[in-house]
Design a protein. Structure first.
Length: 123
């Protein structure tokens, strides 16, 4: 059953599994974290959550353009994985107490997801 598959399939499957684990784990507690840590209202946290999700679902279009015109699929996926990892690390180990590092981390996660998810299925 495992014979005959491309060599990189298992690496891509493991990377995708790790990415989805981090994404859905973060989403499950994200608004609660914003309310508890920053004291924001549920309306404010829902707005941040909605903007983040919109970026995550829109940026694969940009990731596809970058892969098609400039970097290629493999390099774009690698870059997206690195950028996502940096975003999750910034979110897990905050630099300061303000919201700016958290927004930078969310931007990295959204951009990395856009580069990664939009191109993974092509390979």
């Amino acid at each position: 059953m495992l014979n005959g598959h491309p060599k990189g399939l298992f690496v891509l499957a493991a990377t995708n599994t790790g990415e989805r684990f981090g994404y859905y784990t973060m989403l499950a507690i994200f608004t609660l974290y914003l309310q508890a840590h920053y004291g924001w209202s549920s309306a404010a946290t829902s707005q941040v959550f909605g903007i983040f999700l919109a970026a995550v679902y829109f940026l694969p279009v940009i990731g596809g353009i970058v892969a098609d015109k400039f970097l290629g699929y493999g390099k774009t996926i690698t870059l997206g994985t690195i950028v996502m990892f940096l975003g999750y690390a910034l979110l897990a180990f905050p630099i300061g107490s303000g919201a700016i590092p958290m927004f930078i981390a969310l931007g990295f996660i959204a951009l990395g997801t856009g580069f990664f998810k939009g191109n993974l299925q092509v390979l």
